[in-house]
Design a protein around this ligand. Structure first.
Ligand code: SME
Length: 154
């Protein structure tokens, strides 16, 4: 199936999954499971980091164990939070300050979740074992994914 079709299907399922549920941990947990289920090995690590004061703290995820806390502006996640924008990193080793939770991650995309005031409350972090795995199609759809989740929980 073409990537766009997989994402369209994902969005339909995600909207159904969050309908009527607003618990943050539960919605994030099921969202990571759905992403992993539909994207499979393409998404090596899929999870949330949640804003906690001046840091991001590890939230629900699918994949191997990861670091608990990331400072504002640190790594790809901290930079996406600080800049309040999606970051696509084709080669994590070329990103200054990248935090390597797994040496297997080669590229990643991080998408902020905004509340109704436009404040970043969490980020969705997806890593791939392949270099250059994410493009503008992924950014476009994962921003929609982030909006659906944020609307349910913030
Ligand atoms: N890659 C992230 C750290 C988190 S792990 O990938 C799960 C970063 O540099 O922000």
């Amino acid at each position: 199936m073409e990537k766009k079709q997989i994402y369209e299907n994902l969005l339909v399922q995600l909207r159904g999954l969050v309908d009527g549920e607003h618990h943050r941990v539960s919605v994030m947990a099921n969202a990571t499971a759905l992403l992993r289920e539909l994207m499979g090995e393409r998404f090596f690590w899929t999870g949330f980091y949640v804003v906690d004061g001046e840091q991001l703290v590890l939230g629900p995820f699918q994949g191997s164990t990861a670091c608990y806390r990331i400072g504002r502006g640190r790594g790809v996640c901290g930079a996406a939070w600080q800049q309040a924008q999606t970051l696509v990193v084709p080669d994590v080793e070329a990103f200054p300050g990248h935090i390597a939770c797994s040496s297997l991650s080669r590229s990643e995309i991080v998408v902020p979740l905004l509340d109704s005031t436009g404040t970043v409350r969490a980020v969705l972090d997806i890593d791939s074992r392949d270099a250059d795995a994410f493009d503008s199609v992924d950014a476009h759809y994962l921003e929609q994914v982030a909006r659906v989740i944020a609307a349910a929980i913030y």
